[in-house]
Design a protein around this ligand. Sequence first.
Ligand SMILES: Cc1cc2nc3c(=O)[nH]c(=O)nc-3n(C[C@H](O)[C@H](O)[C@H](O)COP(=O)(O)O)c2cc1C
Length: 411
Amino acid sequence: MNVVLGITGGIAAYKAPDLVRRLRERGAEVQIVMTSSAEEFVTRTALQAVSGKPIRSNLWDKEAEAAMSHIELARWADMVLIAPATAEVMARIVSGGAPDLLTTICLATEAPIALAPAMNHVMWSNPATQSNREVLEERGIHIIGPEVGSQACGETGAGRMLKTDLIAATVFNLTGGKGEGLLEGRTVVVTAGPTREAIDPVRYITNRSSGKMGYAIASAAAAQGASVILVSGPVNVSEPPGIDMVNVESAEEMYAATHEAISDADIFIAAAAVADYRPTDILQQKIKKNNEGMSLELVRCPDILASVAALDAPPFTVGFAAETENVIRYARSKLEKKKLDMIVANRVGRDCGFDYDENTANALWCDGEKAFPKSSKVDLARKLIELVAEHFYAVSASETQPKLTIISNND
Ligand SMILES: Cc1cc2nc3c(=O)[nH]c(=O)nc-3n(C[C@H](O)[C@H](O)[C@H](O)COP(=O)(O)O)c2cc1C
C-alpha cells in the first residue's frame, strides 16, 4: 500500500517517525509530505531515515517536481493520511484551497483521505474546528481520533493524537489492507435479538428486535480481530463465522449467559432488546379461553446492563437506546443515569429501526456525540466498532477514567 503521509505543524509531529515505522511494519511504502510549519517540530533527517525516501514539502521545488510531480504523487497514493492534522490544515482542506504541496495533493487525489487531528482541546472544541470536522466527514474524509487525555499544553481534554499503532491499523482497515485489527487480542461480548418471556407452554411475550444490528456488531468486532462471544435471543439471522455463540431465550437466561461470558471481556456491547417485564408465573398448562377477559401479572426482568456496569471491574460498556420520540434527550439521560461510557441512540418506528436492513444512529458520550447518517446495518456496525475501539483505547489510556461499556437494546 502506498501512503502519502502528510505531517503538519502540531506538537504531535514528534510522533511522526514512529507512525512511519508502524506503517512500514505493515508493509506500506510511505512518502512523506511536510508543511513548512511541521519542519519546526520534527527533522527531515529523522523522517528520511525512517521512511527511506526523500521528504517532499515545497510545491515549487523544481527538481523534486521533475522526479515525481504533485499529480503523480496524488495518483501514486492508495491513501493520503495526515497525522498530525492541525486545525489549520483542516480549514485549508475544507476551503478547497491548495496553497501548498500537501493540500494540492488532497485536491488532486482520488485515494481515500484520513486525518488524525491533534491540537489543544479548546482548539478542537472550537465551533469553527467542529464545523470543519463535520464538513470533512460529510465529504467522506475519515477523521481518526483525537482521543481524550493529558496534552502537551499541560491541560486535559479531547485533542490528543491517537496512538500511532492505532492510526496505522485504522488506515489499513479503511483501505481493506491486511494488518492487525483494531481489537486484536481483545474479548468482546455482544448480546443481540429479543428475549421470549413464557406465559404458558405455547405463548410468550417478545418484541420486534430482529438481531440484525447485534449480529452485524459481533461480525464487525470479529473483523477487527476481537474474540467475540455473541449471546443471542431467538432470531432468524445466520450465525456469523468465527464467533462463539450462546443461544438463550429468556431475559434470565441472557443474564446468566452474559455474566458467565463477561469475566474476561474488555468490551460489553449489549445490543439485545431484553424484555423489561415477564409473567410472574409461567403456567404449566395452556391457558383456556374460558373468560371474556384476562389479566397477566408481570414482574421486572433482571437489568443486564445495570448488573454489568455495577461489577467491581466492569468491561468497557456502550448502550443502544431505541426510542420512538425525544431520541437524543432520552438517550443522554440514560447515558448519565446508568453511568455508561457511550450510548447509541436511534429512532424506531414505521420505516426505521427494528427489522430494517438500514439504520441511522447517534453515538453519545459524556462530552461529545457523533451522528451516523442512514446506511446499512453492516456499514453502521463497522463504523460503530471503529468508534468504540477509539474510545476504548482513549479511556484505557486514561487511568482516571472508568471502562467503556456498550449497551444496546435496539436492532
Ligand atoms: C509551539 C506550537 C505548537 C503548536 N501546536 C499545534 C497543534 O498541536 N495543533 C494545531 O492544530 N496547531 C498547532 N500550532 C499552530 C500551527 O502550527 C499553525 O496553525 C500553523 O499555521 C499550522 O500550519 P500547517 O497546518 O501548514 O502545518 C502550534 C503552534 C506552535 C507555535
